[in-house]
Design a protein around this ligand. Sequence first.
Ligand SMILES: Nc1ncnc2c1ncn2[C@@H]1O[C@H](COP(=O)(O)OP(=O)(O)O)[C@@H](O)[C@H]1O
Ligand SMILES: [Mg+2]
Length: 314
Amino acid sequence: MPNKDLLVVGELNVDLILNKIEGFPKIGTEIIAENMNVTLGSSSAIMAANASAIGINTSFCGIVGKDDFGDFIRKELQKKQVNTDFIEKTTKHQSGVTVVMNYNQDRANVTYCGAMEALTIDKIPWNHLDNFKHFHLSNFFIQKGIRKDIVSIFEKAKSYGVTTSLDLQWDPENKWDFNYKECLPHVDVFMPNEAELLALTKTTTVNNGIEEIMPYANTIVIKMGDKGSMAFHNGETYQALPYANPNYVDSIGAGDSFNAGFIKKYIEKQPIETCLKFGNLTGALNTTAAGGTTAFSGKKNIIEDAIKLFNAEI
Ligand SMILES: Nc1ncnc2c1ncn2[C@@H]1O[C@H](COP(=O)(O)OP(=O)(O)O)[C@@H](O)[C@H]1O
Ligand SMILES: [Mg+2]
């Protein structure tokens, strides 16, 4: 049966990326961008696309508008061999869009959430869940329809016998209203980055952050940018040093690509050290090309680049 390893539940949007912009936009004026790209956006979709690119049979559950952007999103995922049968098209909302204004190393983003807010617990294909091995949910804070039921979603997923993971991502409102005490017991792998862990736990060091959530969590994985990653499991601490990066371009989507790599080895029931190391590899590979998916185009390229750049095997 195809596409039955990983189910990613999450938000979908296009990124409308403006490059080479003359100065900063001011209210009441107009400026020119010399270059524009429309690409598949959203961290959940990047994770799913790259998971599929490294050989995980992946399905996506999400919502798009019944519009051209919605069709584009589905087609881009299909090009990456992600199963889109569980992506609903709605006439009630338009597809989500993020306008990205690039200024050299920095960016200003404006997101219209649109259909992504309409994803709710009842849209998850529960009657197919026991065919999957792993359930991953990403970008909790911006999915209003998912937020209220997050505990039930993970509790229910576990009842179907799958393993589960959660990447909250950043809270744009900076309120960090996530019930970790009730939710994390049903999450096998909790995957924040360092800044997200500190913001969620209102602490200033990783150790204090871990201490706060450890009583409720199973495996905690912390992504630490060019410092690599750590994991905490059964009272043990694991650390994986980063791959030295000869070819850094940007880190858009690095955490999502890390998730894809980590989960691949996790599904294969490899030890935590192996999962961390492989996450570091796919995270590092992500940073060697523009945006979240460029470094993952074509199985042959991925394998060759991993050997050439990092002397490592995908
Ligand atoms: N400059 C870099 N060099 C090598 N590896 C990196 C670099 N930036 C990110 N990574 C890898 O990607 C992972 C995820 O990146 P990070 O920026 O921590 O996540 P997020 O995108 O969620 O903020 C890191 O844990 C690391 O393994
Ligand atoms: Mg992230």
